[in-house]
Each structure stands twice: as structure tokens, then as C-alpha cells.
Design a protein around this ligand. Structure first.
Ligand code: A8S
Length: 188
């Protein structure tokens, strides 16, 4: 068993290992972490990330999502995936939602796709970008390597999906940040 050490570079340039992104990784599993710098403040980015019931607000491959009742730890969502991917549905459980520390974690518990025992964690940290409030988002995951695939193939596939999600999260957040900014100009 190995662990996936993930180093985060803090805004002041110092480095610290973020233990949240250390996963237990077994032999038949793969794991990695991705980061995205977003030119929008933490409250705005977090307001999108925290919505367990609305992943389609920023995830481009999701067409619909249904949660029964108010989302809370242990809630399960049924997600419909857009056509063109090797999947149509996914059943996902909310594992952790911390509004103070800005931590979101989910686990995939079913669906007609090949990602078994997938779990992921996202953390959202403030940083300064071009002298303005920005956000550093880190997302890491662990998943079983499906029969017939290699670790590298599995990592490449999942990383590609997460990169799309993080790019879209940045686009949506940055668009909303500009809207807020122009609205405040209108009020002057
Ligand atoms: C997420 C992360 C992932 C989602 C994957 C990796 C998925 O929704 C898609 C294609 C698949 O083959 C698997 O945070 C699955 O959403 C887009 C249906 C789970």
C-alpha cells in the first residue's frame, strides 16, 4: 500500500502537505490530485462546489441530478451523464461537507460505468491572483483500476474528466465574479 502525498504551495510560497489529499491507495487502485487557480473569491467558488444537489451547475458532462430531501452527509444523488461518454448514470454519496474549512467529499456507490470504489475530495483555499482575491481548488481521487485497463489509462481518463470539471468551474466562477463587479459599478 502506498499513499498519495500531495504538496500544496501556499499563497506565501511555503509548502505544506495537505493530509486531506492523502488517500490510502491499494495495488489495484490509482490516485492523483489536480489543482486549479480561479480568478474569483472563495465564497463564490465554494457556493458552486458545495451544491451536492446541483453538480450540473458547473460539471459539463452531467445533464441532470436528483436528490431526495435536503442534501446532508450520507445523502445520495442520482446523476445522469450526457451522451458520448461510456456511462449514462452514476449514484453518488455525500461523505463530507464542511462550510468552515471548505471541504467537499463524495463517493460513487453505483451506476452503469466503470469507476468502482471512486472517492474524491475537493478543498477550496483563498489566494491572491493579480492583486485580487482568487481561489485555489484542489481535487484528488482514488479509484479501482478496471479489469483490462492499466493504472495509467485509468488515471488519464479520470484526470481528463476532472480537468474539464475544474476548467468549467473556473469559467462559471469567473463569469459570475465579473457580473458582481459590473453590478457594483452600476450602483456607484
Ligand atoms: C466527478 C468525477 C468523475 C465523474 C465521472 C470522474 C462520470 O460522471 C463521468 C463518466 C464516467 O465514465 C464515470 O466529480 C462517471 O463527477 C462523466 C459517470 C462516474
Amino acid at each position: 500500500m502506498v499513499t498519495n502525498d500531495y504538496i500544496i504551495v501556499n499563497g506565501d510560497g511555503s509548502e505544506s502537505v495537505n493530509i486531506l489529499h492523502k488517500h490510502e491507495v491499494h495495488d489495484h487502485q490509482c490516485s492523483s490530485a489536480l489543482v486549479k487557480h480561479i480568478k474569483a473569491p472563495v465564497p463564490l467558488v465554494w457556493s458552486l462546489v458545495r451544491r451536492f444537489d446541483q453538480p450540473q451547475k458547473y460539471k459539463p458532462f452531467i445533464s441532470q441530478c436528483i436528490v431526495n430531501g435536503d442534501p446532508q452527509i450520507g445523502s445520495v444523488r442520482e446523476v445522469n451523464v450526457r451522451s458520448g461518454l461510456p456511462a449514462t448514470t452514476s449514484t453518488e454519496r455525500l461523505e463530507l461537507l464542511d462550510d468552515e474549512e471548505h471541504i467537499f467529499s463524495m463517493r460513487i456507490v453505483g451506476g452503469d460505468h466503470r469507476l468502482k470504489n471512486y472517492s474524491s475530495i475537493m478543498t477550496v483555499h483563498p489566494e491572491v491572483i493579480d492583486g485580487r482575491p482568487g481561489t485555489l481548488v484542489t481535487e484528488s481521487f482514488v479509484v479501482d483500476v478496471p479489469d483490462g485497463n492499466t493504472k495509467d489509462e485509468t488515471c488519464f481518463f479520470v484526470e481528463a474528466l476532472i480537468k474539464c470539471n475544474l476548467k468549467s468551474l473556473a469559467d462559471v466562477s469567473e463569469r459570475l465574479a465579473v457580473l458582481d463587479w459590473t453590478e457594483s459599478i452600476d450602483r456607484i
